[in-house]
Each structure stands twice: as structure tokens, then as C-alpha cells.
Design a binder for this molecule. Structure first.
Ligand SMILES: NC(=O)c1ccc[n+]([C@@H]2O[C@H](COP(=O)([O-])OP(=O)(O)OC[C@H]3O[C@@H](n4cnc5c(N)ncnc54)[C@H](O)[C@@H]3O)[C@@H](O)[C@H]2O)c1
Length: 288
């Protein structure tokens, strides 16, 4: 398959990631179908598109005609068979549950055209844990967008051992056409590229804090004013959720049994208090 053969894109899951990936694809000229099992989530995704597009017109990023054409290219349905019957490229963005993803990919393999590439947007589940439920493992890969998908430029294209070069190349070319910057991840490693780098920085920042070397404010300042990072590790944790940091560390510890993987005491303290960051009004910083 060639990138020019990709005309129809289907996004499975209209949640945080899916609704924006679908809108992005429609904006970049693809006939896009977005599907979800939850009607209220689909309605929310449709409302988002209906509000976002006039906003782009007001900001002169799109003309009225362009916005109308984007809207006409974007359809929403709760019927998976209808959603994928003409798909050339499918992007799955449902909740992070392996058994659910395996079930969905088995259905996609049955319902989508034989030539279609089936990608998962999963952050942590590598496609080799899913590909074997299909008869086209060479066309099943991770295509990892970042949140918010309409804004963040990076997409990680992860080529596990079962993925063909053609699938990886078409996927990278697709990212290009979606206006994204893709990176080719040539091996399936936990966290891919960026989340591994962030995890290492966060771990070091927490170690410096726990050792009393500096305050979290000063560690953040060092990153922002010394390295030009848009925010430091603690501010970022407040944004992504201290609960997520805790849960992921516990998950890692359960897998490794290594006490070094346990969440840092200062993270546990905040987690127990329910101070998860921006979403609760308090985390490392106070947002009240
Ligand atoms: N949130 C992030 O910051 C982020 C960033 C990158 C990647 N991801 C990955 O993207 C995926 C989705 O994450 P999210 O944050 O958008 O989750 P979310 O919970 O916001 O959305 C998931 C959606 O999947 C739907 N769903 C559940 N079962 C379904 C089914 N059988 N068919 C169709 N839809 C179904 C749910 O109704 C929900 O709307 C995950 O694999 C996650 O690892 C998330």
C-alpha cells in the first residue's frame, strides 16, 4: 500500500484522544469516521467539532467553506461495522485494557478491508500483544499521538518485529500528511521514546527532592531556565496527575518487585491526601 491509497480513516474511541485525532484527520483532508460505544461520548465529540471549527474560522485559520468541508468529511457512528467498512487506516484509541483492545482488533480484522492498516494509540500496550488476534500482524502497529492530539506535534511510530517496513513507511507518511512530526521507534520498548525520557527526568527530580538537595520549585526552575523546558517535572506531574504517577509506579513495582520502582514518599503523601494536581486544585503547587 502507498500513502496515496489512504483516503478513509476510522478512529475507534471518541474520548480524550480519539475525538481530536478524528477531527485532525478530517481537517487534513481525510474522510473520517469516529466511533464509540458510549452515545454520550460520541455526542460530546460531535459537539466539540461543531464548536472548534467556527472557532478556527473566527481566528482566520480556516475559511467558512473549508470548515464546512471539514465538517462534511467527519461522521460519527456507534456501529463499528459501518465505521470501518471502507477504512484504509484505522486508529484505535479506546481505554487502556489489553483484553478489550484484543477483542476490538479481532473485530477490526473481520470487518475492515483486507488492505487496511490497524494502529493502536496505546501508550503502554505494544502492538505485538494485540497483532496475533488478526490475520494481518504485519499491518498492526502503535501510532502514539500525544495529548492534546490537535496541538502536540509528535507522533511515535513503533515498528515491532511483526510490522512490515511498508506499514511503518505508510504510517510515517500519514503523520506527515496530518501535519505531525513522526519518529520511527525501531523496537518495542516500554514507554517508547518520550515517556521514557520524561520518566527518567521525573525520577531524578524526585530523588533530588527526597534527598533534600533542593525544593521542588527550584528543581522546576532549573529545568525551565537552564534547559528551556516549558515546565519542570513537578509542574508537569500536576498537569498529568500525581495519581497517574503513583499508579504507574505501583504497576511497575508489581511487575519488577524492585523497591526502587515504588512511588517516592512525597508522591505517596500527596496521593493519600487526594492532592492529585490541577484537577483537584492542589498537588505540588496550589491552584485554589
Ligand atoms: N490521555 C492521554 O493523555 C493519552 C495520550 C496518548 C495515548 N493515550 C492512549 O490513548 C488511548 C485512549 O486514551 P484516552 O485518554 O482517550 O481514553 P478515554 O477514556 O478518554 O477514551 C476511551 C474511549 O473508548 C471508548 N470505548 C470503550 N470501549 C469501546 C469499544 N469497545 N469500542 C469503541 N469505543 C470504546 C470509551 O467509551 C471512551 O470514550 C489509550 O490506549 C491511552 O493509552 C492516551
Amino acid at each position: 500500500m502507498n500513502i496515496d491509497d489512504v483516503k478513509n480513516i476510522t478512529v475507534i474511541g471518541a474520548g480524550n484522544m480519539g475525538h481530536q485525532i478524528a477531527l485532525l484527520a478530517a481537517i487534513q483532508g481525510y474522510n473520517t469516521t469516529c466511533t464509540d460505544v458510549a452515545p454520550e461520548i460520541l455526542a460530546k465529540a460531535e459537539d466539540f467539532a461543531n464548536n472548534y471549527l467556527p472557532g478556527r474560522v473566527a481566528k482566520e485559520k480556516l475559511t467558512q467553506e473549508q470548515a464546512a468541508a471539514v465538517r462534511a468529511r467527519l461522521t460519527f457512528t456507534d456501529d463499528l461495522a459501518v465505521a470501518v467498512k471502507d477504512a484504509d487506516y484505522v486508529i484505535e484509541a479506546v481505554v487502556e485494557v489489553l483484553e478489550l483492545k484484543r477483542k476490538i482488533f479481532a473485530n477490526l480484522d473481520r470487518l475492515a478491508p483486507e488492505h487496511a492498516i490497524l494502529a493502536t494509540n496505546s501508550s503502554a500496550i505494544v502492538s505485538s500483544k494485540i497483532a496475533d488476534v488478526t490475520k494481518r500482524p504485519d499491518k498492526v502497529l502503535n501510532l502514539h499521538f500525544f495529548n492534546p492530539a490537535l496541538v502536540m506535534k509528535l507522533v511515535e511510530v513503533v515498528q515491532g518485529p511483526h510490522v512490515s517496513d511498508e506499514t511503518a513507511q505508510v504510517s510515517m507518511a500519514l503523520c506527515d500528511r496530518l501535519g505531525k512530526v513522526s519518529v520511527h521507534v525501531k523496537k518495542e520498548v516500554e514507554g517508547f521514546l518520550l515517556n521514557r525520557i520524561f520518566a527518567a527526568i521525573t525520577k531524578e527530580a524526585l530523588w533530588l527532592l527526597e534527598m533534600g538537595v533542593a525544593s521542588f520549585e527550584d528543581i522546576d526552575k532549573a529545568q525551565v531556565f537552564g534547559a528551556g523546558h516549558p515546565m519542570g517535572a513537578f509542574r508537569l506531574m500536576d498537569l498529568t496527575g500525581i495519581d497517574l504517577n503513583y499508579i504507574m509506579a505501583m504497576e511497575k513495582f508489581r511487575g519488577s518487585g524492585d523497591e526502587a520502582d515504588l512511588p517516592a514518599p512525597s508522591v505517596v503523601e500527596r496521593y493519600m491526601k487526594g492532592d492529585y494536581g490541577q484537577k483537584t486544585g492542589k498537588g505540588w503547587y496550589d491552584y485554589t
